[in-house]
Design a protein around this ligand. Structure first.
Ligand SMILES: [Zn+2]
Length: 304
C-alpha cells in the first residue's frame, strides 16, 4: 500500500491508499515544527496508518515549501520552521520505502483531480495563508519552464490595493490570502477569517471591506485560471474556505454582476466551473500518495 502525507503548519494528515486508490487508513496529528519536529511528526503519522506487519510500498509527502527539483529536499518551508531539509535522507533510517516529495498545492492538485475522476483541464486554487494554484492539464501537472506556473497569488489586480509581502500592490494574495487579511484585521483572535465574516454579518465596516476584498481576490483568481487555461473546473480549497457558503456566495454575486455587464463573461460560466472542495477532503494527502508512486501508468489517476 502507498502512503501519502499532507504536512501543514498545524497538522499532518496521513492516508494509506490501496492499489485502486481507495483510502484504507487515515490519521491526523498535530505538527511539531522545526526539522526534527517535522521528521518525528511524519514518522508518527506513517506508523499510525501502516498496520503492524505491513510495509509501505511508497511514501509521498506534500509540504508547503520549495522542492529542489529531482530531490526529496525542501527549502524555505517558513510555516514549518524549516530552512533547508533533505527529507529523504532524514526519513531513510525509519523506512525502506522510496520517498518522493512535492509542493503541497501541487500534491493537492493531483488529489483533487483523482477525486473528480480525471478530466483534461483542471485547476486547484488554494486559499490558505498564501494563495497559489496548481494546473492539471491532459493528465499531468503543468509546471512551466521554471516551476512558476500557477503562482497566481502575486498577480496584481488593483494598483490601489493593499501592499503585498512581495512588494507589489493589490496582489490576489494581498486581498484574499489568510495571512495578509489577518494582518490587516485590527482585532486579533484565534480564527481571524471567521471573526471577519461574523463581524461583517453584523455590519462592521472594516470587516465588510476585508470580506469584499476576499471575494474580489478569489473571483479574480478563478477568472484568470479560466481565461489563461480554459480549465473545466477550478476546485477551491485551503484554510480560508473553512468559512464555507458565505465566502462562495460573495464570489457568485460578483460573477452575477459581471455577467449582467458582459455577455462574453457570462458565456464563460465562471460560476459553474467553481467547485468548493468539501471540508475535510483528503485531496492533499491522497495527492501526496500519488506523488509517491514512481512513473504512474498512463491514465492511472483518471481511473482512481
Ligand atoms: Zn504579491
Amino acid at each position: 500500500m502507498k502512503v501519502g502525507l499532507d504536512v501543514g503548519g498545524t497538522k499532518v494528515h496521513a492516508v494509506a491508499v490501496g492499489d485502486d486508490n481507495t483510502i484504507v487508513a487515515e490519521a491526523r496529528l498535530a505538527t511539531r515544527t522545526g526539522a526534527e519536529g517535522v521528521v518525528a511528526s511524519i514518522v508518527d503519522a506513517i506508523t499510525q496508518v501502516v498496520p503492524d506487519g505491513f510495509v509501505a510500498s511508497s511514501i509521498g509527502i506534500g509540504i508547503p515549501g520549495q522542492i529542489v527539483p529531482g530531490t526529496a529536499r525542501v527549502q524555505h518551508a517558513v510555516n514549518l520552521g524549516i530552512t533547508d531539509l533533505d527529507l529523504g535522507a532524514a526519513l531513510a533510517p525509519f523506512t525502506a520505502a522510496p520517498i518522493r516529495i512535492e509542493n503541497d498545492v501541487k500534491a493537492a492538485t493531483l488529489g483533487a483531480h483523482a477525486l473528480r475522476g480525471g478530466g483534461d483541464a483542471m485547476a486547484y486554487l488554494n486559499i490558505g495563508t498564501g494563495v497559489a494554484a496548481g494546473l492539471m492539464l491532459y493528465g499531468s501537472l503543468h509546471r512551466g519552464g521554471h516551476g512558476i506556473a500557477g503562482e497566481i497569488g502575486h498577480m496584481s489586480i488593483d494598483p490601489a490595493g493593499p501592499r503585498c509581502r512581495c512588494g507589489q500592490f493589490g496582489c490576489i494574495e494581498a486581498l484574499c490570502g489568510g495571512g495578509a487579511v489577518a494582518e490587516r484585521w485590527s482585532r486579533p483572535g484565534a480564527l481571524p477569517i471567521r471573526d471577519i465574516y461574523d463581524a461583517a454579518d453584523l455590519g462592521d465596516a472594516e470587516a465588510l471591506a476585508l470580506r469584499a476584498g476576499i471575494a474580489q481576490g478569489i473571483a479574480a483568481a478563478v477568472r484568470l485560471l479560466v481565461l489563461s487555461n480554459d480549465v473545466d473546473a477550478v476546485v477551491i480549497g485551503g484554510g480560508v474556505t473553512a468559512v464555507g457558503d458565505r465566502l462562495f456566495t460573495d464570489v457568485r454575486a460578483i460573477f452575477e454582476r459581471e455577467a449582467e455587464l458582459s455577455p462574453f463573461l457570462r458565456s464563460l460560466r465562471f460560476d459553474d466551473r467553481m467547485e468548493p472542495l468539501p471540508a475535510a477532503s483528503p485531496a492533499a494527502a491522497l495527492g501526496a500518495a500519488l506523488v509517491g508512486v514512481a512513473e504512474l501508468p498512463e491514465g492511472a489517476l483518471a481511473h482512481g
